[in-house]
Design a protein around this ligand. Structure first.
Ligand SMILES: [Zn+2]
Length: 398
C-alpha cells in the first residue's frame, strides 16, 4: 500500500482517546525495574506484562509469554497474516526506572495536551501506540502478507535480560521498531556499554607506618590515570559515522575500612562505551593491557578483573535497510522533519534481538528518567501514524 491518500485516510482512524487511556492505565501499574534486587511491592513488571497480554488478546492477537527469570516475563502478540511475507516487530520494554524523589509518579495526569507520569515517554506511550496500530489494521479489514508482532520485554533499564532472552528464544521478525523517546527523530545506531570491575589488592598496616603496607586505593588511582590516557587515545582513534568515538571512565569506587588503616582493598567499576565494530572481548583485552602497563610501572600492586558487570551491544542498522528507509520516509512525509538518521544516546534492547531494528518515538531523553516525565499527545499521535504506515509498507499489504 503506497498511495499517500490511503495513509492520510487511515490517520483519521487513530483514536486519541484510546491511546491516552491505555497509556494512563499502564502508568498506573508501577513496573519499576528491581535493579538486581528482589522483585517486591511496587515492582510490578509482571502485572504490566499481564495487562499488555490481556490487551493484545482482546484485540485478537495470538499471545505468548515466557518468564526470563521467575516473576519477570517477556510477552508478545502476533497478528497472523495469510501470506509468508516479511514480518515486523513493534517492541517496547515493560519496565521503568524508579520513583525516588518523584511524588505521585504513578498517578497519571493530563495537562496542556501532555500525559505526565513515570513511563509516559519511556516507553509506555509506544506500547499504547502499538495496540492502536493493530486495532486500526483489524477494524479496517486490512490484510497483511507478513506477521505483525508486538512485544513487551522486561529489564531494559538494567541488564536487558529480556531482550537478550528474546534474541535467543524468540519470537523473531525480519524487521523491528522500538519506540524509545527519540524526539521524533530516526535513530539507526547507538553505542554499546561494557562495564568491568577492577579490584586492587594491597597490604593493610597501621596507617602510622604506611611505608610497610601497600595502599590499594593508590593502586586504583593509577588505573584511573590510565583510563584518562585511554580516553584520550579513544578520542583520537577511529570514530563511527553516527556514534562518534568510544568512551571510558571510572564510574564507582569502593575501598578502605577505617582512617587508621592502610587499605588493602579497593574496587573500581569502569564504564566503557563501545562503538559499532567493538566487542566485549576487545574491551577485556584493552583493560588487561592497561593493567599490565600500570603493573609494569608500579609492580607492588596486584589487580583482578571481574565481569562484564554490564554488557549491552552497540546498534548499527545499514542505511539501505528497508525498515530504516520506511520509517525515515514516513517521518519526512508526516512531520516535514529531517529524515536523516542519527545515533540514540542511550543503549536499547534493539541490538539483542538479532534482526535490524530502528529506534523512533515520541518524547525526549530529558523527560525520560526525570522527575517530571511526560509525552506530548500530538507527538504520540504522529508516532502512531509512523508505526502504522511502516507496518503497511513492510508487511506489503495490497
Ligand atoms: Zn526506554
Amino acid at each position: 500500500m503506497t498511495d499517500p491518500d490511503t495513509y492520510t485516510a487511515l490517520y483519521n482512524k487513530i483514536d486519541q482517546s484510546r491511546l491516552v487511556e491505555d497509556l494512563t492505565t499502564m502508568i498506573s501499574i508501577p513496573s519499576m525495574n528491581p535493579f538486581q534486587q528482589e522483585v517486591r511491592k511496587g515492582y510490578r513488571e509482571k502485572e504490566m506484562a499481564e495487562f499488555y497480554c490481556d490487551r493484545m488478546s482482546d484485540l485478537g492477537l495470538e499471545v505468548g509469554s515466557r518468564e526470563v527469570v521467575p516473576g519477570r516475563p517477556n510477552v508478545w502478540g502476533v497478528l497472523r497474516s495469510k501470506g509468508s511475507g516479511a514480518s515486523l516487530m513493534l517492541a517496547g520494554h515493560l519496565d521503568t526506572v524508579g520513583d525516588e524523589n518523584y511524588p505521585n509518579a504513578f498517578t497519571p495526569r493530563i495537562e496542556n495536551n501532555r500525559v505526565f507520569g513515570r513511563g509516559a515517554c519511556d516507553m509506555k506511550d509506544a506500547l499504547s501506540s502499538y495496540l492502536e496500530v493493530v486495532r486500526v489494521i483489524l477494524d479496517e479489514g486490512i490484510e497483511l502478507s507478513g506477521d505483525l508482532i508486538l512485544t513487551g520485554t522486561v529489564d531494559e533499564e538494567d541488564q536487558m535480560i529480556g531482550s537478550k532472552y528474546l534474541g535467543k528464544h524468540g519470537p523473531w521478525a525480519d524487521y523491528g521498531i522500538i519506540g524509545e523517546p527519540t524526539n521524533m527523530g530516526v535513530c539507526s545506531a547507538h553505542m554499546g556499554q561494557v562495564g568491568y570491575l577492577v579490584r586492587s589488592l594491597g597490604k593493610a598496616v597501621h596507617s602510622s607506618r604506611p611505608e610497610d603496607g601497600i595502599n590499594a586505593i593508590e593502586g586504583i588511582m593509577h588505573i584511573v590515570d590510565a583510563l584518562k590516557a585511554l580516553q584520550q587515545d579513544l578520542m583520537s582513534g577511529d570514530a563511527h559515522t553516527l556514534c562518534g568515538h568510544g568512551r571510558c571512565g571510572p564510574a564507582v569506587i569502593r575501598g578502605g575500612t577505617v582512617v587508621s588503616t592502610v587499605p588493602d582493598y579497593c574496587e573500581l567499576e569502569i564504564d566503557r562505551r563501545i562503538i559499532p565494530g567493538e566487542t566485549r572481548d576487545d574491551v577485556f583485552t584493552e583493560l588487561n593491557s592497561l593493567i599490565s602497563s600500570v603493573v609494569q610501572s608500579h609492580p607492588q600492586f596486584r589487580f583482578e578483573i571481574k565481569g562484564p558487570i554490564i554488557d549491552v551491544l552497540p546498534l548499527d542498522v545499514p542505511a539501505e535497510n528497508q525498515v530504516l528507509k520506511s520509517v525515515s520516509g514516513h517521518v519526512r512525509s508526516i512531520t516535514n522533519k529531517s529524515d536523516k538518521a542519527s545515533a540514540f544516546y542511550g543503549g536499547t534492547d534493539a541490538p539483542h534481538f538479532g534482526f535490524p531494528t530502528v529506534i523512533f518515538g515520541a518524547g525526549t531523553l530529558q523527560q525520560a528518567h526525570s522527575m517530571n516525565e511526560y509525552v506530548e499527545i500530538d507527538d504520540m499521535m504522529i508516532a502512531t501514524q509512523v508505526y502504522l504506515c511502516t507496518a503497511l509498507d513492510l508487511l506489503n499489504c495490497t
